[in-house]
Write a protein that binds this ligand. Sequence first.
Ligand code: ZN
Length: 1005
Amino acid sequence: MTANSRCSAAEPPGLETQRREVESLLRECELCAGDSWYLVEHRWFQQWKEFVETGDQNSSSFPGQIDNTELFEDLDSYHVKERLVENEDFVLVPAEAWHKLLVWYGMVVGQPPLERKVVDLPSTLKVEVYPVEIFLCLHSNMDNVITAQFSRADNIQSIQRAMCQVFSVPPGSECRLWMKSSDSSCERLRNLHVSVLDACLSSGMTVIMETRNADGTWPSSRPQIMRNSVEDQDSYRGQSGVCGLTNLGNTCFMNSALQCLSNTPPLTEYFLQSSYLEELNFTNPLGMKGEIAEAYADVIKQMWSGRHYSVVPRVFKTKVGHFASQFLGYQQHDSQELLSFLLDGLHEDLNRVKNKEYIELRDAEGRPDQEVAEEAWRNHRRRNDSVIVDTFHGLFKSTLVCPECLKVSVTFDPFCYLSVPLPVSKERVMEVFYVSLDPYAKPVQHRVVVPKAGKVSDLCSALSEMTDVPPSQMVVADVFNHHFFKIYNSDESLSCILDRDDIFVYELSVQEEQQEEQVLLALYLRERSHYRDYGSGSSSYGTSLFGHPLLLGVPRSSCSQEALYNLFLQRLARYVRCPDPSEELEEEEEDDDEEDLYKTQTNGISDDEQQEEAERVEPSQTQLSEDATANSQSDATATVDPPPELNHTQPPQDHSQEAPNGSGLQTELLPPAAGTSEESLCGNTSRTDATSESPAEQTPQPGEEEREEDKQEEACSPSPLTNEQSTKRRACPKRRKSLFIIQAVNSNGTTERGSGEGGSAVSFSSQPYVAIDWDPDMKKRFYNENEAEKYDKHSSMEVPQQQTTVQLQECIELFTTVETLEEENPWYCPVCKKHQLATKKLDLWSLPEVLIIHLKRFSYTKFTREKLDSIVDFPLRDLDFSGCLLRKKLSNGEPPSCYDLIAVSNHYGGLRDGHYTSYAVNKDNGQWYYFDDSKVTYAREPQIVTNAAYVLFYHRQDKIRKPTLPPPNTSPASSTPQPANETITSCKDDGAEPGASSYVTMETD
Ligand SMILES: [Zn+2]
């Protein structure tokens, strides 16, 4: 290209002039990055020097044409030899000197000039004698490799340009470059503006170029799409943007946020038009080096390609987790938190401001709002300029007033979304199970209203009003997996109890003043496994908890094994059948070692003590029966709810409402003494008359009842309750087979090894826990699981739970209400020179094109954590802010302040679990859709306002474009006129699938 074949027309100057001109150039020319220097063969150059210094025009030392032959490996490729040394093999001359020499001497025909650039290497400038020689190929055809040289100072974009040209890539294609090292590892060349040197590209490496597929994917990251065979075949062409997102394991929060953003037209168009490519900010220390923006772009391009039913956002999730470790893993998170992170990450990745200047913020100091607001916005834009700021950022005014000196501080702060509070109810509805003392009463589920900041005693008081049992006779416990997770004290805060906890309230017997101390005994039910662990001692065997635990108040003196056994039989009588004698005898033989076990594993009360205690107690059984009957009768009229199920094999009893209370109960806890009626143990006969009181129940046929009674009597007759039998038992080790064995356990229901050894290890100073262990066969025969699980519903459960509805406008007003700063977050008053609990007021100054409103449903305070499930009534159209915007319309240039809804992120469920979905309107066809992970269904506008709505997206009306496509024909083939399925808003991920006709996409994995 340079004049290598050009003949010198002009006569060269004199030798002395030549020498002077070239030498001064060599002496004075400094290395300057980007300048060209030329290689000249050292031998030719020496020849020329000798010629100009010593010879004359006709001297034999005339060097002839510039000849670099010795520098080339061969004269076909003109490839420069490796490891040439400056001033031995070649000299470097600046461009000006080169051109003079070329003009004077010309060059050997065919040889290329060896032009080399000066490159700015770290700490040194040098002429790049050896440029980087790399191989180029396309991802789609890696066999076609081209060799090319680039300077270390060239940027990656020049490689991309060269490749597009060499491989004839259609203009407008979106390209990605990868560099492959000799060890075959591949790395993205993400920043096209960095130099070959900074990208660490070196000779011998290969640069591979790929172009984005029509479906938005990259050929190199195929696995990001889960393709089903159908999709592969016909390359599905659905409505752009109507595309599910596969749940990668608790990632519905992410999918919900992504669907809302995907349906934000200005942002999605920015990505679909690839405008982001020019604005990727690889150097912003606050950003993610462009990686979040690129990963987001990939998801959006795929979702809007119309080629997928559902996209798997795996790469995106990995990137998010990489930059925000709180989103790593697969726990459930908050869609609003992710949204906040994502908007911030996208903003910094796309920030057009490459070097943020420091700007000192000024207080208003009495200047007019307009001036201060404009200054604040200008300052914000000087540091933050991106599509996110363009789309989502608004400005609010914050006014702080010092309570002491009345100093007023005004600042204007940008916001990316409005977090508006919901009016908080002071009350709370709790659902609890009440367990009466009456052993025949099923647990009853109650719904009570309690103060949100109340204590456990408030719950008892509320329940007391429904049960007529004094709060002092109630114990509240959290039941989890058949054991007590926690037994509450009455002064504990109700905030410890979550809505999803299973709370049981147990009625305790009256404790009369002169009587002895009662022990609160926790009773668990366990089933022994057939397997017995002989290896670790006879006292261990596998057990598993089952059924419902109980809490009983037991007089200190009634804690003998036998007394407890009888007491438990009595309390469990509703679902534990008493054995009949023939059944027992069969198993007597094998009881031996269990009897031993039984002895060593007592509750720590010696046999003597047991005996003594058993003898001391002599309650009046008759009294008990009468009392219980009387109570049952009086309470039966209060029964409103029929029990949900009836078990005809048991005498139907409805004691679900109230339990007996009063003096008779004390005796009920005590074992019956010698000679007392055995009926009382099973308790049925004395209570049958109560059954007819319950109108809703089916009274068994008299004959049937009769038989039942007979059986019970029979079953009870050999019961080991008399003193006589107790005495026998001590004398004879082969005694009656027990239904179950009583064991001291810890609160989890596991046997504490050695606790029974020595006879008195259980301390009643702390909460005692005992388990009754059942042999599986015995359990099968005597334990009625079906009956045990029954419960009744109190009429309070029928009252529909009041759903509070608040207007969105109320929430916005709350947001702008004056509040006093909290102790933990005071304000430093510059006048008082100390922290003050100032009053603070927020006002809206200007609003963005797309306004995100976050409804603060999750309320975390020092005392409470809760989710507010009020319905916030938000408008789908014409949300007008003109009334609450501080900025007054000064000119016609002010944008209007009316908004239409475009998307909603929903949260169903409780505090730390639940499910996220979203509603969004498609920008192209104006149709609403419901996005539930990989499922997408048509939605109708009336479905959108629910108590699940969590984050709202509004688009300013002046920016909304008319849909370019007609709304889809959503009517199914059937005559149903409604496009949307009725069930989709109420169904979470249960089986209530909308009809196939209303499905838009399919699940793909
Ligand atoms: Zn002050």
